[in-house]
Design a protein around this ligand. Structure first.
Ligand SMILES: NC(=O)c1ccc[n+]([C@@H]2O[C@H](COP(=O)([O-])OP(=O)(O)OC[C@H]3O[C@@H](n4cnc5c(N)ncnc54)[C@H](O)[C@@H]3O)[C@@H](O)[C@H]2O)c1
Ligand SMILES: O=P(O)(O)OC[C@H](O)CO
Length: 428
């Protein structure tokens, strides 16, 4: 029987991750699957890294009979429709199912949303490799880059290559707590549909989208290209014609809300790098603010940081990366501004300088299990630059890493970045 959208099957969506941003994105998606039942299964699976959590006395869900006794986080989310640890005070739609089993949560899902701190993604992908729908497509909401001996890669591509699926990227000026409270914001989704998705695959014999199903191999000329324009390593399987197309319109419908406006673009590298590298700049902004230097100093590190973000993108991902993604989209300059105003990296770096303690110590004391991405990204990007003798070409990124390691102080920043003042302005 054909469904309303003219397709026999609907997409099933799983959110892999349930932290501050993961739970917020789950809320957005569950509202949209409920509103677009012709395209999506209403129920949304959310994989939760299981923990024992005590409900605080101040919570409306505190039960005298249970008291402070720890309960499973998945049980709490499914019973009270609230992630009391990572997104307290926000009602989650009842069509979100918190699932502690990663393999079970992703089973039969045709859309996978990866949303967890980047240090955990490797282990997660290892567990689900070969256990997902072969024609699934993904979106990575992770703000970080993957650095190895071979070089630097985007998490969207790293996940896609590992799982043999295509993965786009979502990033923007998106402080989760504001969006969860339905305060208006914008985001950018980079999705560059594989060519085979434009000429749909024949309907497979099996009626169930399980992993043993055989699907026709795409012709060689349908090989997808990665963000650097090279042939993608992922061996993609076409999406069967009985599903709604997984195109810009479909993803916009899945993510766009009246309070969360979506711009669709194709520059996956620019969007991903914007989200990852701004975290290093936000630490710098926190350092100078914590030192009491005020808005002029903060604007200076943001200016230099933006230059280094664009330079890094062009130098290591080639001309396919668009300068406009950094200077015009929510994933670029807008995210830089919001992160340097009220993000966790900014706030923790500021407090570290004010209190004379390390950023890691503030993270442990203040964030209740949430994870900063800027500290590890600063370290990873520095190892990558150092191995290539390029530290001095990125003086702000290098200064942030040196301050984190205790090898430089905030007072050194003006001298460390002063070479940038001698550079001529580029003509755009
Ligand atoms: N929070 C925000 O405002 C925000 C906004 C936009 C993007 N992001 C990005 O989204 C990504 C996810 O961030 P978040 O804010 O949802 O996470 P978070 O900082 O709230 O991190 C905690 C999450 O990590 C999980 N976790 C802890 N130990 C784990 C383990 N060993 N294995 C797997 N998971 C484990 C926890 O269960 C929890 O879900 C990050 O890349 C972040 O930069 C965050
Ligand atoms: O709180 P942060 O520093 O992880 O930043 C959150 C978001 O990335 C802002 O867009």
């Amino acid at each position: 029987m054909a469904l309303l959208g003219g397709h026999e099957k609907k997409h099933k969506v799983t959110i892999v991750g349930s932290g501050n941003w993961g739970s917020t994105i789950a809320k957005i998606i569950a509202e949209n699957t409920r509103a677009n039942k012709e395209l999506f299964e209403e129920e949304v699976q959310m994989w939760v890294y299981e923990e024992d959590v005590s409900i605080p006395k101040t919570s409306p869900h505190y039960d005298e009979a249970v008291g402070d006794a720890p309960q499973k986080l998945t049980h709490i989310i499914n019973k009270y429709h609230e992630n009391v640890k990572y997104l307290p005070g926000i009602a989650l739609p009842s069509n979100i199912v918190a699932n502690p089993s990663l393999v079970d949560a992703v089973q039969d899902s045709t859309i996978l949303i990866f949303n967890l701190p980047h240090q955990f993604i490797r282990n997660v992908c290892d567990q689900i490799r070969g256990k997902i729908v072969p024609f699934a497509r993904g979106i990575s909401c992770i703000k970080g880059v993957n650095v190895s001996d071979e070089g630097v890669s985007l998490f969207s591509e790293w996940i896609g290559d590992g799982l043999n699926i295509y993965v786009g990227a979502l990033s923007g000026a998106n402080i989760a707590s504001e969006i969860a409270a339905e305060k208006w914001s914008e985001t950018t989704i980079a999705y560059d549909p594989p060519p085979m998705d434009n000429s749909r695959a024949p309907t497979p014999r099996s009626q169930s989208p399980n992993v043993t199903m055989t699907v026709t191999e795409p012709p060689a000329d349908m090989q997808h290209r990665d963000a650097r324009g090279r042939k993608s390593k992922a061996k993609l399987t076409p999406v069967p014609a009985e599903y709604p197309p997984l195109d810009h319109e479909c993803f916009r419908t899945l993510f766009h809300r009246p309070y969360f406006h979506v711009q669709m673009v194709s520059d996956v590298a620019g969007v991903s790098l914007g989200g990852a590298l701004k975290n290093i700049v936000a630490l710098a902004a926190g350092f100078v603010d914590g030192r009491g230097w005020g808005d002029n100093a903060k604007a200076a590190v943001m200016r230099i940081g933006l230059m280094e973000m664009v330079k890094f993108g062009k130098e290591f991902f080639g001309e396919t990366v668009r300068t406009g993604t950094f200077t015009e989209s929510s994933a670029g300059v807008a995210d830089l501004i919001t992160s340097c105003s009220g993000g966790r990296n900014f706030r923790c770096a500021k407090k570290a300088v004010e209190k004379g303690i390390t950023v890691d110590e503030v993270e442990k004391q203040d964030l209740n299990g949430q994870k900063l991405q800027g500290t590890s990204t600063a370290f990873e990007v520095n190892s990558f630059l150092k191995a290539r003798g390029l530290e001095m070409d990125y003086p702000l990124f290098t200064a942030v890493n040196s301050i984190l390691l205790g090898k430089a102080s905030v007072d050194d920043i003006p001298n460390l970045v002063s070479e940038t003042e001698k550079k001529p302005l580029s003509i755009l």
